[in-house]
Design a protein around this ligand. Sequence first.
Ligand SMILES: Nc1nc2c(ncn2[C@@H]2O[C@H](COP(=O)(O)OP(=O)(O)OP(=O)(O)O)[C@@H](O)[C@H]2O)c(=O)[nH]1
Length: 428
Amino acid sequence: MPTSSLVLILVVVAVVLIAALVTGVVLTRRRRISLTQKEEAPRPGGYQASSGISLTPAAPDATEAEAVAVAEVVPVEHPVADRTEVDGQPGVGDDASVPRDSVKRGFVEVDLPVEASEVEEIEPTSGRLERLRGKLSKSRNAFGTSLLGLLGAGDLDEDSWQDVEDTLLIADLGAATTTEIVDTLRSKLAGSGVRTEAEAQTLLRGVLIDALGPKMDRSLKALPHAGKPAVLLVVGVNGVGKTTTTGKLARVLVADGRTVLLGAADTFRAAAADQLETWGKRVGAETVRGPEGGDPASVAFESVKRGVDAGVDTVLIDTAGRLHTKVGLMDELGKVKRVVEKQAVVDEVLLVLDATTGQNGLTQARVFAEQVDITGIVLTKLDGTAKGGIVFQVQRELGVPVKLVGLGEGADHLAPFEPGAFVDALLG
Ligand SMILES: Nc1nc2c(ncn2[C@@H]2O[C@H](COP(=O)(O)OP(=O)(O)OP(=O)(O)O)[C@@H](O)[C@H]2O)c(=O)[nH]1
């Protein structure tokens, strides 16, 4: 082989070797792990999941907080004697047994989750009166059907007008409302040419709705304000349906996304507190109760205090069923209200009346109205009576709107009172 060829081969081999050496050095540098400290983002109070859900721990009490804080700052000592290595350097398996840089985790007591209560599904509140209109069938038969029959017959003689009047009185509309409605009907029918039942229905519908004060404010003042819960007192005599109404009302509020606390201020009947507590459990609401025979005002006070502390939206207080003849008990209702007012505004005093008791219910209403400012009426058991006309009379007597009606024993058989829907149910 000529010398020039040998030199050329040696040069090529040298170039290849140099190239391989340079590439090796570069790759080794690139693969080296960078051990610079990663800048930690400031940590918020709790763990931030990437989805943006903030999972914060419940605030521990003072002792637990101190224990956790101490556990986190005291470095763990690992005496040389305990170490698997002898020269202060890491040994095989050392990290696996006692991580050198870890902090010792203390024992922290945590609350066990509260036993899951079976919170029920609640029927939507809108359109309830329409859905429950069948429950007013007794009143419809006695009131709507016969009235429409009379008016649709055409020109009415005096006897027919007397029948219209009797029908209204039997349905419990009361003398004053009956006279007013008959007078209005007579003047509107005169010369109006009403000949059919459908025409009579349209006319009657308008007159009845007008008599129900459609412009009255029937909203329930049950939302929190000024950082405090709304407070509602539920009052009425024994057995009218106060506890049931309070329970049904809690469901209405919970269905609307509100948090509710129930106060069992009916300390005269032990079963009333149990009954209320059961209603509460069904919607996941707490019930504050006192000893049997205890001071109702004190339970009411505690309920509102607890409601304020717990930050609930609404406190519903079920008061004792008291007889209006027992003056002492009526005084106590005033005391309940005054005591509650030391902590929060009483937003509503709802008087519960049993629609089946007729004139007696009205007498009760007058006595209650004298004692406390009633802001709304709940007329219960309208499903069990043909005397739905009591709604007209009660409102007229007290000048207070009927805000809710009870239409059955079912948990969701409480409907907002709407004059139009109510009249349609009576006439439809
Ligand atoms: N049919 C029907 N029954 C109702 C209605 N509201 C309540 N009731 C029933 O009336 C009865 C008495 O109801 P309660 O809620 O215990 O009455 P209360 O006023 O709290 O009675 P006290 O605690 O004794 O003062 C119960 O059987 C209820 O189921 C309603 O709208 N319709």
